[in-house]
Design a protein around this ligand. Sequence first.
Ligand code: PLP
Length: 402
Amino acid sequence: MSQDKMYLYLDNNATTRLDEEVLQTMTPFFTEYYANPSALYGAATKPKQALEIARNQTAILINAHPDELIFTGCGTEADNTAIFSGVKCRPTKKHVIISAIEHPAVTKAAESLVSRGYIITKLLPTKDGVITAKSVATALRPDTALVSVMWANNETGVINPIEEIGKLVKANGSMYHVDATQAVGKIPVDFRKSLADYLVFSAHKIHGPKGVGILVVRQGACYFPLLLGGSQEHECRAGTENVAGIVGTGMASLLARQNLPIMQTEVSLMRDWLERQIVNIFGSEIIVLGNKAIRTPNTLMLAIHKANGRELQSYLSNSDIAVGIGSACACLKTPKPSETVKSMRVPLDYQLGTLRISLSKYNSASYGGSFKDFDQLLAALANWKIKRGVVGVAPPKLNKNN
Ligand code: PLP
């Protein structure tokens, strides 16, 4: 709460605020029901049962069977597990297809296979950021072991035709992995219909705790665990369960399902309104990435002519506004455009000027938010635009009455 008062937090694709109900559900599993759920004494009963309740709650959100869920330590672990398992399931095939716009959790795991003799094909999106079924059909080969395409992109929010791609992948006999981390909780995600062998998402993107990933493995699909050790998660992922985190994930999943209509109406309206306001400020100096495609309702990715996204992000941060930029690692000295932006063929002089605004239900009226809350952002952007038009003059102070 206090952070919300200080900050206009608009980086919900990076992480989300933990729901109060989620925290309340988790707390007793730190303080009271802390026994190891694998133990055989009575104190283990409650945590053991709680794990199964959470598994059910989480499975319902994505139309999966509870036994198909494996809780991991993060989305990254779930993605890595899926990729390494997928290729192991087709040992004689040495070709892997991923999209060029995947999160590093997928890209880096897939690229690591090159040293083991794999050939990786990276699919380019359309200029609107979509990975088409046609591009998958063209890239598939008899020796394709695995295809990995994300459900929605983390930078643009653009949604891919997962089911259509699934039909092609399954007809080819390849394993199919779908990173749904940015789709779950924002749009309806139906694991069964997706035809995925492996589907991944992450609790902290749906107002759940950090440190819990969910790997869904289709019943009967081939699977090899990444972590070996104890027999937790039906021998599919060793390591003592993060009971409180998993219990929180169950509650977050339940709430995410209830809140889908808010995402699709109120949040979507706000995003569209905000997009119009920002385009009004910048006119022909701005491109909205992916707005001709179907996007998740909360995401707005902008590219400003000859701007430096990192500098703009820091300028907004001085006005207590948190936004993403979408470009590669902030640790790099020289900023580089993100792979997603490059692969969408965004004109060169816009590529470094990206800004990602990602909303949540907390911005909506149902959760006490209002369109007025964005005045702070619009004023700051208008000021920044004036400032950059006047060479050699210090940035103007943000005027609250703007
Ligand atoms: N996949 C996508 C599309 C993501 O956006 C993220 C997180 O930003 C991840 C995977 C990794 O999830 P986690 O932070 O739980 O490791």
